[in-house]
Design a protein around this ligand. Structure first.
Ligand code: GLC
Ligand code: MG
Length: 249
């Protein structure tokens, strides 16, 4: 057994089955102690909503925490300020006020709660049918302004507008560089649209939990390789199944 970099989404991936989570926690904590593996949570939630989740679920203390869909990175339970090197990379070509102004032209885009509006993330709710129509138009308007952005649609309701250089996958690359882990020593786990970046950024070993949402299922079907595993079990059980299949545990 060797150390590996373990990266997982939280909602409906790590979290969803408390008993399975306990077992996975034990095995990961043990691996970290014995082999020095690193544990990273990569969530769409803001730090505020992450901290709320930690009061409801038994989560481990991660070696790094990626929040707000990859736009903020915190190290070693220091939640005062996100990593400044990462934030400064994201500010290039980003104009948050202009993004908000342009998005306000679309009545169907309903702003998410305040805690989820972050310096490098502007988030809305929009149903799937409306999203199909509006996202191409929004994309064009933002492109015309020369903003360096990307749109990420998840779970058939959440729209995130982020700087072009931000997403969960790019945040993982940043950690790999800092800690010196290769793709084949990294395993990423997810269930929905904002996790596609984890699987597509390189050749990281991937686990898609059995309960994954349609957008990720479709992406998986269209991009099959032998280093990604679609588990039959759900949530943390799916992760355990995948870690064994990929020979990390
Ligand atoms: C989380 C965040 C939300 C985001 C969604 C999808 O639910 O709280 O702001 O839109 O993930 O990325
Ligand atoms: Mg999720």
């Amino acid at each position: 057994m060797k150390p590996f970099l373990f990266v997982t989404d939280l909602d409906h991936t790590l979290v969803g089955d408390k008993k399975a989570l306990e077992q996975l926690n034990q095995e990961l904590e043990n691996h970290r102690k014995v082999y020095g593996s690193k544990i990273v949570y990569a969530t769409g939630r803001s730090l505020t909503l992450y901290q709320e989740l930690t009061t409801e679920q038994s989560l481990l203390n991660p070696d790094a925490l990626i929040t707000a869909v990859g736009t903020e990175i915190y190290f070693d339970s220091n939640y005062e300020t996100p990593d400044l090197e990462w934030s400064s990379k994201l500010s290039v070509g980003w104009n948050r006020d202009l993004v908000v102004e342009i998005a306000a032209k679309f009545e169907d885009l309903v702003p998410q709660q305040d805690s989820e509006q972050r310096p490098f993330k502007v988030s809305y709710l929009i149903p799937e049918e409306a999203a199909k129509q509006i996202l191409p138009q929004l994309n064009n308007l933002l492109e015309n302004e020369n903003i360096k952005f990307k749109l990420i649609y998840s779970g058939s309701e959440d729209l995130d507008i982020l700087p072009l250089d931000a997403d969960k996958g790019l945040a993982v690359k940043f950690l790999q560089n800092r800690w010196k882990y290769y793709s084949q020593e990294t395993v990423v786990c997810g269930d929905s649209g904002n996790d596609i970046a984890l699987f597509s950024v390189g050749e990281e070993r991937g686990i898609i939990v059995g309960n994954a949402r349609s957008e990720l299922r479709e992406w998986y079907e269209a991009n099959k390789t032998d280093y990604r595993y679609f588990a039959t079990s759900f949530y943390a059980d799916g992760i355990l199944e995948g870690l064994r299949f990929l020979n990390f545990l």
